[in-house]
Every structure is written in structure tokens, then in C-alpha cells.
Design a protein around this ligand. Structure first.
Ligand code: ZN
Length: 301
């Protein structure tokens, strides 16, 4: 059994309209699903990704209207990194982000650039050589050669111990790599998870922080993965139906919430692929709330 890289990363926004503007218009992702938080259906769960909503490209946000800005600290993910295809693409993004008054910081000898979203979420673009299929959303004003190509990895704050090593390496199949990274290389898509020294200040979950990261499992292997996680001493939830995938959640030893999400059935299960994200979609258990939700949910651009 191999994990197929990152499935999705879920974060928190207090400002859904600005969030949609930033990730679709500025970063050029496609909104692939507009739905509600299944556990708290009065607020949105918004999904962005490539043209087809492929695992590996999916960034999602829970809307917590009015939430205070959070701060990444120990036991939290502090930065998400996407791949881009060339140094030319990095130059394009440096200019585009500067035009939007986003502060951009070069990193890794000019092979990466770092910035934050409007709510302070740490982001990074990097030129990465990879055989993985580029997961591109073709959006207005961004040539395919410059587009974001899917997630590369994430940086979490924590000090890895033997327990981390056992869960990540022995149970989940990561390989220890350089720079505090643990790499997933055996599946259909590569990814890494890195630990960095936590900042002195305590973290606080809130707007602009990561809620969890989901790793991609094959549909027929999820039950076996759950059993493997349980046998390793982590405490997985039962398998939960999330309409577009099935999920199991557990915490890694630093405290970051992990999810194992199936590749299927995918985002075209309740609307056609060419119309993804255009209308509010509700799971069957919340469909009776539609009339009220369409009146009360935050209007989006
Ligand atoms: Zn999730």
C-alpha cells in the first residue's frame, strides 16, 4: 500500500469573498466546489483546485465568519508549497503578486518564493522537477506555463522524535530526506512533510491557519490504512462519508490533524465537470436547509 501524495489541505478563512478573490482571480485556481461545512452547515466549505479537482491540487477553506486571525505555532502547519514549472513562472508570480501589494520574499537561491494570503496563511511557490502530472487550472490572465501545478509539500512546526519517525516512516511509508523532510515517493504522486523549529510564540487556530492535511489513499485500501494507523497506536476516527471522498482522521505526534482521503468518487459526483463550483451543492443530509442557506450564506464574487 502506498499513499498517493497530498489529497487536499484545509484551512480557515474569516473573509470568504476576499478568499475567493485571492485564490481564483489572483492565484488562478478554479473553484471546484461550493458547499457547506458538513459538521456546521451554516457556513461555507469552499474548494479550489485544478481544472478537474484532482487530488493533489485541492485547497479548501472552512468559513469562520468573524474569526480572529490565527497564528501558526507548534503542532500546526505553517506553510503550503505548490510547484511551478520554471524560473520564468516564479518571475511571473513575483510581478503579479507585487501588483496585488502582496509582499514576496525569494527563497532557496531563487528557486522559490514565499508570501502570505490576505489572512496571513504562509504560502510558497517553488520550481520543482517532477514526473508528476502538472495539475493546472487554466484561468483568466495566467498562461498554462506559469500556472500552479499542484502541491509539493508542507512545513509543520514541531521537533521530530522517535514517535514521529515510527508513524511517518514505518506506518505511513514516508522516507526521511534532507532538511527535516519526510518524503512520499512510492505512490502515484510525490509529496513531502517537513518539520521546522516552532516559533517561541504559541500557535492559535484562527483565520489564516491550516486546519488539517489529507493524504490520498486508493478507494479500496482505506479500511486497511485505517487498521494500520490503529495498530500503530494512533487513534483513527471511523470512516466518514464526505460526499466527494471518504475520510479517516487522526493526529500525528506533533498534534497536526491528518486525514486519509480516498481519491474517489470526486467532485463530479453531484455536478458536471464543466460546471464545478458554480452552484451551492449540499449533501443529502443538508438539502432541506437549502432555501435558508441560500438566503443567509455570505454572498461571493
Ligand atoms: Zn479534509
Amino acid at each position: 500500500m502506498e499513499l498517493d501524495g497530498i489529497h487536499h489541505i484545509t484551512c480557515i478563512t474569516a473573509d470568504a469573498p476576499r478568499n475567493v478573490d485571492f485564490y481564483t482571480r489572483v492565484l488562478g485556481l478554479r473553484m471546484v466546489k461550493k458547499t457547506v461545512n458538513f459538521d456546521a452547515p451554516d457556513v461555507y466549505h469552499l474548494y479550489f483546485g485544478d481544472g478537474s479537482g484532482a487530488p493533489g491540487s485541492i485547497l479548501t477553506f472552512f468559513e469562520f465568519p468573524g474569526a480572529a486571525q490565527g497564528r501558526a505555532g507548534a503542532g500546526m502547519i505553517g506553510r503550503l508549497r505548490w510547484r511551478v514549472g520554471s524560473k520564468g513562472a516564479l518571475g511571473f508570480w513575483a510581478d503579479r503578486l507585487a501588483e496585488e501589494d502582496v509582499v514576496v520574499e525569494p527563497a532557496e537561491d531563487g528557486q522559490a518564493l514565499r508570501f502570505c494570503d490576505p489572512e496571513g496563511l504562509g504560502l510558497e511557490l517553488a520550481v520543482v522537477e517532477s514526473d508528476d502530472e502538472p495539475l493546472i487550472a487554466v484561468a483568466g490572465g495566467i498562461e498554462a506555463g506559469y500556472a500552479l501545478e499542484g502541491f509539493d509539500g508542507v512545513r509543520a512546526y514541531g521537533v521530530p522524535t522517535e514517535r514521529h519517525e515510527r508513524l511517518l516512516v514505518e506506518t505511513m511509508g514516508f522516507r526521511p530526506a534532507s532538511d527535516g523532510r519526510y518524503a512520499l515517493e512510492g505512490g502515484r504522486r510525490k509529496a513531502w512533510y517537513a518539520y521546522e523549529e516552532p516559533p517561541a510564540e504559541l500557535g492559535a487556530q484562527g483565520a489564516g491557519t491550516v486546519h488539517h492535511i489529507a493524504w490520498c489513499t486508493r478507494d479500496e485500501e482505506q479500511e486497511a490504512w485505517r487498521e494500520r494507523i490503529r495498530a500503530a497506536g494512533a487513534r483513527p476516527t471511523p470512516i466518514i462519508d464526505r460526499q466527494y471522498f471518504r475520510s479517516v482522521y487522526f493526529r500525528e505526534p506533533a498534534g497536526v490533524l491528518f486525514e486519509l482521503a480516498t481519491a474517489g468518487p470526486g467532485f463530479a459526483v453531484d455536478e458536471p465537470l464543466d460546471r464545478l463550483g458554480e452552484q451551492l451543492r449540499l449533501p443529502p443530509q443538508h438539502e432541506h436547509l437549502r432555501e435558508r442557506l441560500e438566503r443567509t450564506l455570505t454572498p461571493l464574487p
